[in-house]
Design a protein around this ligand. Structure first.
Ligand SMILES: [Zn+2]
Length: 482
């Protein structure tokens, strides 16, 4: 494959490219989806192709082909070069790539059991057994099960002599139950929303999730939500569980930390940022308890790799340290705009046919030192929430409102009553500054996100957010209905 890469790079140079890189992706995806006792969808997708990125004169160009035959090289490289030459005519500022060294390396994610060797029948049976348990609960009218397995080989080569091969295995599984009754519809999912938990692991992930063991509890909770009331609207202490906190980190810290959004280059999907360049190192983002770390070396994370799509080595760095905002997520193209020589390695493309852009890598809230039980016990009048349901956040990533799947009212240190549709709202820095307790490492878990959308044309990216439950003081909760 690197012979193919060499041909591409040589041809790009011949046509006048001052920089060129190529990514070849070969990917297999197996997906199962069950609904109410039936296999509703099963697919095995194989994709392969290559994408070429070049700098000519003072412009970027990109082109791709889904055909890995060497007959495609000329046409594809010519297209990338002509786009670069055209875009250089309209670009005013110079292209200054960061001074990151090129690597020649191989990297592979770790796994114990190759999920593609596990018979289809085992996979289907696992989902159908859960389906049956869920629908044993009379009010559960829809039971859905998901499994997905991915294997990817990615070759990267650049005109700076980078030569990198990375192999990744990702597994995911989960389910949800939807109950209908009492003029309401309620859904619970396990281990998390949107198709379950995904990690860079093999079949051993599916076995470790205790899917079947939790099915009865999930069905009962879903049914019980139908008869629960909503929390009355008021300001109270809010304890957020790990799954919901992962979304909070993603939306209110991850996206506004992407340097292309900060600079206004990328503004799709509520795309701007309140963390502007003039104030980022003076910003009290959260309380001194809040430490948020970007880490593409996190074991088994979905945003874990050896090298990003600029060929920059994986890194771990603080985005927020002791409450102070520290660092943006950057790539080789934009690092210079904040006077940094090196990229922070956040350049990612979702396919061979997509241009790499700045994306979140794994982004986690570091654990604190409180026992979860002690956080509950220390709360006089509060609300515990978890399970992702709906969310909204403004363009600047400041004002947000989240609704969770389930909540429990806390009175005098005890969870006393289940509530449905628990909602909370806040303003990002005020909210994180109100964080006064974070559960310790034994409650910390990685949560995989598989549906992060960004860019135009849209790219879908995966990353992991680690979090333990945390308490936020005096948060507006519940919805005022007029
Ligand atoms: Zn996202």
């Amino acid at each position: 494959m690197f012979d193919f890469c060499d041909k591409v790079l040589n041809y790009a140079e011949l046509l006048g490219a001052s920089y060129a890189d190529i990514r070849i992706i070969i990917r297999d995806i197996e997906s199962l989806y069950t609904k109410n006792g039936k296999l509703e969808n099963y697919s095995i997708n194989n994709i392969e192709g290559f994408g070429v990125r070049v700098i000519c004169d003072n412009g970027w160009g990109f082109a791709s082909s889904s055909n890995l035959d060497s007959s495609q090289i000329e046409k594809t490289v010519r297209k990338a070069v002509s786009i670069a030459k055209a875009s250089s005519k309209v670009r005013k500022e110079p292209i200054i790539l960061s001074k990151d060294p090129p690597f020649q390396d191989r990297w592979a994610s770790t796994y114990l059991i190759d999920p593609f060797t596990v018979p289809f029948d085992n996979k289907l049976q696992t989902l159908l057994e859960i389906d049956e348990i869920l629908r044993n609960e009379p009010s559960v009218k829809i039971a859905e099960g998901y499994m997905e397995f991915r294997r990817e080989h990615k070759y990267f080569a650049s005109s700076e002599n980078a030569r990198i091969l990375q192999t990744t295995i990702v597994s995911g599984a989960g389910y949800s139950a939807t109950a209908v009754g009492n003029e309401d519809v309620q859904t619970r999912s396990y281990p998390m929303s949107f198709g379950g938990q995904y990690m860079q692991m093999g079949w051993e992930l599916v076995e470790s999730l205790k899917l079947k063991e939790n099915a009865q509890r999930v069905a009962s909770e879903t049914a019980a939500l139908l008869n629960a009331k909503e929390p009355e609207p008021k300001v109270r202490d809010l304890i957020i569980g790990g799954e919901q906190l992962s979304l909070q980190i993603h939306e209110s810290c991850g996206h506004p930390s992407e340097l292309d959004r900060v600079l206004g280059y990328e503004e799709n999907y509520a795309g701007s940022s309140f963390i502007t360049v003039d104030k980022y190192r003076n910003l009290h983002y959260g309380s001194h308890k809040v430490n948020i770390v970007a880490d593409s070396t996190l074991p088994n994370g979905l945003g874990t790799f050896g090298y990003d799509d600029d060929g920059v080595r994986a890194q771990r760095f603080f985005v927020v340290k002791n409450g102070l905002y520290q660092n943006y997520l950057t790539n080789r193209e934009l690092a210079y705009t904040i006077n940094e020589d090196r990229s922070r390695g956040c350049s990612r493309a979702d396919n061979f046919s997509s241009v790499p852009i700045i994306r979140m890598i794994n982004l986690s809230l570091l654990p604190g030192d409180d026992k979860f039980e002690d956080i509950i016990a220390a709360t006089e009048d509060g609300l515990y929430v978890d399970g992702i349901k709906t969310w909204s956040i403004d363009q600047m990533r400041l004002n947000f409102q989240f609704t969770c799947q389930i909540g429990y009212l806390i009175k005098n240190g005890k969870m006393i009553e289940m509530v449905k549709n628990p909602t909370y709202q806040g303003i990002t820095p005020n909210f994180w500054q109100s964080c006064d307790m974070i559960a310790s490492e034994e409650y910390w878990k990685p949560w995989g996100v598989i549906n992060c959308g960004k860019g135009q044309p849209a790219q879908v990216m995966m990353m992991t957010h680690g979090a333990a439950p945390a308490r936020f003081k005096n948060v507006m909760t519940g919805i005022v209905r007029h």
